[in-house]
Design a protein. Sequence first.
Length: 555
Amino acid sequence: MIVDLERTLHSGGFLTDPYVDVDAAVRRALAPTGPQAGLEKFARTLTIHWSGAEKLTRWCYRHGLRYLFRPAGIAISSLVAISGIAAFVAVATTQGLSYDAQSLGAAVALLFALNLVLIFIHELGHAAVLVHHKRRVRSAGFRIYFGTPAFFVDSSDALMLDRKARIAQSFGGPYFELVASGVAAIALWMWPHGVLAPTLHSFVFINYYVVLINLTPMLELDGYFMLSDAIRVPDLRPRSLAFVRHDLWAKLRHRERFSAAEVGLLLFGTVGVAFTIFVLVSAFWFWQHTFGGLLESLWNAGPAGVFALVVLVAFLAAPILRGVFALARAVARQVATWVRHARIRSQRRWRTQAAELLDGLPLFDDLPVDVLSDVAGRVERLQVGAGTAVVRQGDVADAFYVVRKGTLEVVEEDVDGTERVVQTLRAGLAALRALTPFANLPSSELLRLQERGTWQNVPPGAAVVEQGEVGDAFFAVADGKFEVVVDGRHVGSCEVGGHFGELALLVDAPRAATVRSLTPARVFRLERSGFERLLADTFRGGADGASHRVAFQRE
């Protein structure tokens, strides 16, 4: 029946849309592919990945590269590399390192083509070592690093190799590059005045510079991984930088001695920072020296030339600009942290008071400590002048207020506009009313009570009153637990809601017991004058007073 319905709808032209593969559409949206996606990724990362490296490498290895890993091949290629360096030194000492910028401008296309060939050779060297050791080449590519090409292969499979093979894999790219540069340098030495001599001169100079950067272990390139494998410290650079930034200054402040490993980290980190600065400066000089004539020609070539110049400079300077932006973001984050810490320090006093006020309110008795801390962190301080209304009768409630300082009046307005004060509020009154002995006192008496007493924080193990001493105050427990000791014997306890000290005040006798805190505690201490004026009659008699005569629980 369903099939018949589908056929009817299809024949009637209702089912014209093709099937939509939702899963495939989601995958394409999450990881877009194609030339446009590749260009967008390169624009963001200045990195090109190539997944077909292994197939090509295995083909090249079978058809010739395998001979370079034999003793004869190693000897011949090493001779070419060394001879090339000697030939370039000979050319540099006789002709100097300067060359005709106009020739460079005319041959810039050829120069870039030769560098693309060298990129292929460099990558092929890394990949060939992996294939030689029966490992996989997952991907390959290159990126612009500090303004210069920095070549790489995905050498994650090299982690399965032994240490010597890993060092050889890291050295494979620069070594193949040295051999290729050696061939070009020998050709330059043999034909120093040939048609391609200026281009070869630039080509060899650029490549030896790149090889130097690659083999120097101060940046995380081939030389760094060779060194880290050689000394068996895979995280050498981050460890050294962390030591220079943090541990070094702590050791200097405390005048501690440096171990041999710490001396090595200090040297590597210090030289690494200096070398990074050198790379930045030399990269600027290098590109200015190499492309100076071309840049001037583009600048003078009109709007099209200026546009090409902007694109070229943006391409080459992108790593440096990214580094500057990253440094600016790091500095901004650090400044924001300092400002936040300064603000917290300036608010610490009143925020601590706010937390104590909240903790003393019965409304928050059942809240966990972490929730109470979160509530206290959301408190905002509001300062109002005399006669200013904090809230108005009839307004929609949008906040909860706790009085920290000052006095407020609760005013009720009748229909005819008559106002009358129904209550007076002051900081701490709610906490006082939460204490059992003061629960039934009106606000006017609580205000007088507050004026004659103080809050005290008691550490564990502290004796608030001592047996035999003169009684001079009454205590109501807001938080914590106390033990009651008579003649050195534990006779009871006093917890939240309890009180002690009234007997010595009522009969004017020495303290009958010692009361000592078992936990961190908080009590309200009422002086003798305040007790006699406000509470003495309550404790002397009446039904309500009977409940207050029990100062502690007997156990």
